[in-house]
Design a protein around this ligand. Sequence first.
Ligand code: SAM
Length: 239
Amino acid sequence: SDHMLEYPPSPDDIDWSTHYPMHPGKKVEAADIGCGFGGLLIALAPLMPDTLILGMEIRIQVTQYVHDRIKALRVAATEEPTTTNDVDTDMETGTLQIAGTPGGFQNISVIRGNAMKFLPNFFHKHQLHTLFFLFPDPHFKVRKHKARIISPTLLAEYTYVLRVGGIVYTVTDVEDLHVWMVKFLDEFPLFERIEEATLRERGQGGVVDAVMNGTEEGKKVERNGGQKYFAAFIRIAGD
Ligand code: SAM
């Protein structure tokens, strides 16, 4: 629950220099909503070295874990690459090179917050170019559907923080939730579906692969041989 959470009155009240000390004055442009253990942030860091990416997570301990993980990666990235010690094997990042990683993980951070409330307290209007909703909690029961992270009301907030041309990515292993998310995004006047092939043509193949396979939940589904449902939408201009 989030009843103890305090919200910044505005994005300008957050000390972003503690999050991105190497990028003074630069603004977050991508957000991973419900980032969990941070696998996507870490996979994206070298793929989007010019973008500041923020994970938002409601659980305190999980947020702290991601914070510590990024801190360790930043330190490791400054070390000299060696032939044996430059591959991270412990942290489920596959064959990711840590030492000498472009950007040195200085472009990713995490913040604790309930993304279903006050997103505009964290981001200015049209600040973001990418929003990720990866393996969101399914809330199976019908009376719990209002707790789902995609709904017409919340989509209005997401279009406020997302600029025209920005992309929303959703992935889930729950078919019913996939159908639900696609339905509301399709019906929303400010979103238009964009196919995976189009994103790849536009050079976003690495990002598509990361959203499918980079998160802890995505890896779990992969191990269990489960199905993953992908959808992406582009934010279009209103009248
Ligand atoms: N995206 C990660 C992944 O793919 O591994 C985590 C998926 S996990 C099933 C869903 C995450 O969303 C959990 O870590 C949960 O704490 C977080 N979460 C749920 N509701 C949230 C909210 N309103 N705001 C922020 N995070 C939320």
